[in-house]
Ligand binder design. Sequence first.
Ligand code: FAD
Length: 502
Amino acid sequence: MCPQSPDIIVIGSGIGGLCTSALLARYGKRVIVCESHTIPGGAAHSFRRRGFEFDSGPSFYCGLTGTQSLNPLKQVLDSLGESIQVIPYDPLGHYHFPEGDFPVYSNAERYRQEIAKITPQGAKELQQFERRLLGLYEAMKDIPTLALRADWQVILVLLQRYLPSLAKMLPYLTLVQSSVGDVMDATVKDPWVRRLIDLECFLLSGLKAQGTITPEVAFMLGERSRAGVEYPVGGSAAIVNALVRGLERWGGKLRLGCHVEQILVESGKVTGVRLRNGEILSAPIVISNATMWDTYNQLLRPEDLPTAYRQTALQTPAVESFMHLHLGIRAEGLDNLTGHHVVVHDSSEDISKPGNTCMISIPSVWDKNLAPEGHHVVHAYTLEPFAGWVRDDGYEAKKREKAESLYRAVEKIIPDIRGRVVLELIGTPLTHAHYLRRYQGTYGPAIPAGKGMFPSTHTPIQGLYRVGDSTMPGIGVPAVAASGILCANSLVSLSQMAELFK
Ligand SMILES: Cc1cc2nc3c(=O)[nH]c(=O)nc-3n(C[C@H](O)[C@H](O)[C@H](O)COP(=O)(O)OP(=O)(O)OC[C@H]3O[C@@H](n4cnc5c(N)ncnc54)[C@H](O)[C@@H]3O)c2cc1C
């Protein structure tokens, strides 16, 4: 039971907001999470229609179990005393190019063997590329995210506990700042493998190799090879539910359908929030899990922030939004179906062109309970710009036309898909922006490597912090969990952190 007057208010129950709030509750803080939607989880929320359980976003996870996981989300769950069940699987997916399909294995050696069947020289070059990245991963992996914080005291932690690991990092310091494109240019000439690397970066960050930072891909390659990939039993909702259980177990409170209209600031200090229903909640600390554009444009008055700071933040470019196709389908005869697919329609077009690269996830192949008996649940999505979408007379026709590239992608895996559909939901950037409460339905900031860094959790307003995918370290479930850890740890003493870490 959380008292009326909390220490901390968290705006939003995305994975970033839930990790922050649950950890702070674990540290003994009185925390209230205000979530606008009636379902928690933000981009990772699931929803049910006619017995089908749909993931609205992520479905690709690794390191959710095991005793030595490097996934920051798992480290948060461990601190809360929570766990989830998972189903491991391999290959982690199939890539479908116009010139052919191939399986992608978690294990790096097996992955290279598949590539060698297409381009033996390219497979050798890929090995050089991976060696560079895995060296960085090996150096990074001894410093658990749970031990870090986002202020100067992190230096004390690193010097006291992780000096040997820091020494291991030294040869890789230039790599930490560099783009994956730089590493690729130095190691890979084969055009097919270069496109593959671009694709993997794009799937991870929304940007191709030149725009993606090296540590992100080093971590992804290292972790998927070391820990393998797995899907949570019950879908993404299982992760969200575990975090909510953890939050509540440690005394925190989640209020759903609780839209924050304004962050209240007096004399440069946060004093609380005003809800849409007019209610005022007071607290000396407010943490926003809304995007930077929503936080700075919608939740604060312009005069609350220094003009130049506000302008720079609001000018941050955003990755496009999405078209979604959620299907419930009849499953008869689909015995060898696998769960993850990426379809590139046209090799002569850029992979980041909206509609050209489509991601497909069929999680009921791992967890049958996500669909009624004899059925599967399918989620296909592709990038789509927000601009130009309006709910006018042409909306339904445009929606159907834009869903075509998704249907054609699913046809590569299930040729007679259209005849199997028993439930169809098409989402546009307007749907995405509405249900996720995200500025222009964006995937997150498009901050290319070398052109800037994701902002820290701190803001110029005393008592106001931010977490989630428009803060350090960036987009993706592990990254936003890390942002929650960095924020929560920065709000407690080193001794409290050490106590938890034990
Ligand atoms: C289609 C898709 C597929 C993806 N696939 C993967 C994947 O396979 N693996 C992976 O690791 N990552 C994946 N991602 C990325 C990952 O899901 C996100 O980066 C992450 O979940 C974002 O979490 P967050 O906490 O930053 O923000 P969000 O999830 O956006 O949460 C913010 C929350 O704040 C709430 N909110 C906003 N404004 C207010 C307000 N004024 N008052 C109250 N509440 C408010 C929102 O309702 C929302 O619940 C995917 C994303 C998408 C969209």
